[in-house]
Design a protein around this ligand. Structure first.
Ligand code: SF4
Length: 192
């Protein structure tokens, strides 16, 4: 029997499968349209996400909202989550065993949303979804497919805040996502 959103929320809130739950304030499962055609996956909750319980808030979240606006996509029409649901201490990159422990939750989210496309934000999401041999600098700007779902990747908004020179590459990736959604007949239904 397929998992439900309520069951998944319960599993995540009770999860102690890796040590990250010992230091986080709360679990951050993700939020957005539960039937979104486009799903975004980042790395893990940062300080503000950990405090507020939502994925992609704070400066990186604001930038993500603006990135979506630039392709006429309201944030409320996508589903946004992270590879791990608990904040890694001092925002360090999640370790391979932590990513592996949290992977079932992410796969359940994908199974529930059933997105037409996934947009990976940053190298951790790329490694989890495409494989450890993939690097963001090599695979961004190209479509991949896993289990019938198209996958595009780009730089994490936090990385763009640190190095704005990458913004033009991200804009090119965003335009490819918009074109794919258009080709799939999903625009203008997604517009506000
Ligand atoms: Fe569980 Fe994921 Fe939190 Fe680890 S990061 S405790 S696997 S919910």
């Amino acid at each position: 029997m397929q998992i439900t959103w309520a069951k998944l929320a319960e599993q995540v809130s009770e999860c102690t499968a890796c040590p990250l739950c010992e230091s986080c304030t709360q679990k951050v499962m993700g939020q957005g349209d539960p039937k979104a055609p486009l799903m975004l996956i980042g790395e893990g909750p940062g300080e503000q996400e950990d405090l507020q319980g939502e994925a992609f808030v704070g400066r990186a979240g604001e930038l993500l909202t603006n990135m979506l606006k630039a392709i006429d996509l309201p944030r409320s029409r996508v589903y946004i989550c992270n590879t791990v649901k608990c904040r890694p201490p001092k925002n360090r990159t999640p370790k391979p065993d932590e990513l592996e422990a949290c992977r079932p939750h992410l796969l359940n989210q994908i199974a529930l949303v059933k997105p037409r496309a996934i947009f990976l934000l940053g190298s951790t999401a790329v490694r989890v979804m495409l494989g450890p041999q993939y690097r963001i600098t090599q695979c961004r700007g190209q479509w991949f497919e896993r289990s019938g779902i198209k996958i595009m990747s780009t730089f994490h908004p936090a990385a763009l805040l640190r190095d704005p020179r990458r913004k033009h590459e991200t804009w090119a990736d965003l335009k490819m996502v918009r074109q794919q959604l258009k080709d799939d007949g999903l625009y203008p239904d997604l517009l506000p």
